[in-house]
Design a protein around this ligand. Structure first.
Ligand SMILES: NC(=O)c1ccc[n+]([C@@H]2O[C@H](COP(=O)([O-])OP(=O)(O)OC[C@H]3O[C@@H](n4cnc5c(N)ncnc54)[C@H](O)[C@@H]3O)[C@@H](O)[C@H]2O)c1
Length: 246
């Protein structure tokens, strides 16, 4: 294994590991970058928007093959090969199915599902070489039940992310690459602020059994756990983090 043996010390440590977080400049991704660094990882954020919170920022549209390929080369050059990939970048357009255009459908699938495929494909040689690789995909309650704030394209893409997670967990387990999925319910980020009118947000929060939106940190801690040695036998899991929205 390439990592210094974190298991001997603290199983939640990410010390000595290189992590790539897509969509790491905002919301949940920004919190994951912060937590992973606090736990000792060197972290690259791949995003359309810049951030100064990571060890390395790479401008990258996850839906564009050449940009994804170049981004993983940059990560390898600057931080060393990736041990951890978090596929978090996403868009969540609102609206009803009858208003959904082909263009919007294709863009949502391109970012939320094809982007996950492209990043995994480019990261895989690095993750295999790790000897203890981990992929965590950001799903959603939308892919488990239905979306509360976004449209049908988003729900379909997140359903695809869950299916991809399970398939790859099975295929990659012999190569010592674990693949898991986190499914948040409603998290207080730009997606909620954009999709839910301000005067409806309090009612929406009250409809959650725990009575509030998640903080991004509450998704980040679970994501970092899944990437750590504390979850070394956990693969193919779809972990709901939704305050009781069953
Ligand atoms: N906020 C919620 O309630 C919620 C619930 C369930 C799942 N999620 C999922 O969590 C993830 C993060 O969402 P968030 O709430 O932090 O949203 P956010 O809008 O705050 O962050 C999304 C990030 O992804 C980046 N991004 C968007 N398109 C990209 C692209 N093509 N290439 C690279 N980066 C791109 C954005 O620039 C942004 O930094 C998404 O996958 C989202 O679907 C969010």
């Amino acid at each position: 294994m390439r990592q210094d043996n974190a298991t001997d010390r603290d199983p939640a440590s990410l010390s000595g590991r290189t992590a790539v977080v897509t969509g790491g400049s905002s919301g949940i991704g920004e919190a994951i970058v912060r937590h992973a660094r606090q736990r000792g990882a060197r972290v690259a954020a791949l995003d359309l928007e810049p951030t100064s919170g990571a060890d390395l920022f790479v401008a990258c549209d996850v839906s564009v093959e050449d940009e994804v390929r170049a981004a993983f080369e940059k990560v390898d050059d600057a931080l060393g090969p990736a041990d951890i990939l978090v596929n978090n970048a996403g868009i969540a357009p609102p609206g009803r199915f009858t208003d959904l255009t082909t263009r919007s459908w294709e863009r949502t699938l391109a970012v939320d599902l094809t982007g996950v495929f492209l990043c995994i494909r480019e990261a895989l040689p690095q993750l295999r070489a790790s000897g203890d690789g981990s992929i965590t995909n950001m799903g959603s309650i939308a892919g488990r039940h239905r979306s509360l704030t976004a449209n049908a394209a988003y729900a379909a893409a997140k359903g695809g992310v869950i299916a991809l997670t399970r398939q790859l967990a099975h295929e990659l387990a012999p190569e010592r690459v674990r693949v898991n999925c986190v499914c948040p319910g409603l998290v207080g980020t730009e997606i909620i602020r954009r999709n839910v009118p301000e005067n409806e947000q309090a009612d929406l929060a009250r409809s959650i059994p725990m009575g509030r939106f998640a903080a991004p940190e509450e998704i980040a801690t679970v994501t970092c756990f899944l990437a750590s040695a504390a979850a070394s036998y956990l693969t193919g899991a779809v972990v709901d983090v939704n305050g009781g929205l069953l």
